[in-house]
Design a protein around this ligand. Structure first.
Ligand SMILES: [Fe+2]
Ligand SMILES: [Fe+2]
Length: 144
């Protein structure tokens, strides 16, 4: 059983990736930056996938809110586009800063709109969702 609910679990991922961006910006050598960039990439791809597979559909079903989902999916698509550009141009620190901006914006939307609504919605079992998110994340991380 998960120790915390789905919203806390997802927001822990957010804090983790924000911390990784801070480390990336503070890193002095290219090698260290490359390592951090690829960790950020993995963290973001897994996080977006578990949200899309598990959390977003459950949220949409319980709330009937299509607008928040549409925005969230659009922002995930933008993040994936930036990640693809970064793969093609690994030394481009400007793209990493663009990615950080996009992620901060998206995280803010989830924190201020989606998560409070999820917590306020009856019929959304956030503990059960946390178990499913955690299990799926473990699987994806093992194969990443
Ligand atoms: Fe998201
Ligand atoms: Fe998220």
């Amino acid at each position: 059983m998960a120790q915390q609910d789905a919203v806390t679990l997802l927001d822990d991922d957010h804090n983790e990736v924000i911390r990784m961006f801070e480390q990336y910006k503070a890193a002095h050598d290219d090698r260290r930056r490359q390592v951090l960039a690829s960790q950020i990439r993995q963290e973001l791809l897994v996080h977006m996938q578990i949200e899309e597979e598990i959390f977003y559909p459950a949220f949409q079903q319980a709330t009937g809110d299509r607008e928040l989902l549409k925005d969230a999916n659009k922002e995930h698509a933008e993040a994936r586009e930036l990640l693809a550009k970064i793969e093609d141009d690994r030394t481009n620190a400007k793209l990493m800063l663009d990615l950080e901006d996009a992620i901060l914006h998206h995280v803010n939307d989830e924190r201020e709109k989606m998560f409070p609504k999820a917590r306020a919605t009856q019929g959304l079992d956030l503990m059960d969702l946390a178990d499913r998110l955690e299990a799926r994340k473990g699987e994806l991380m093992a194969h990443a």
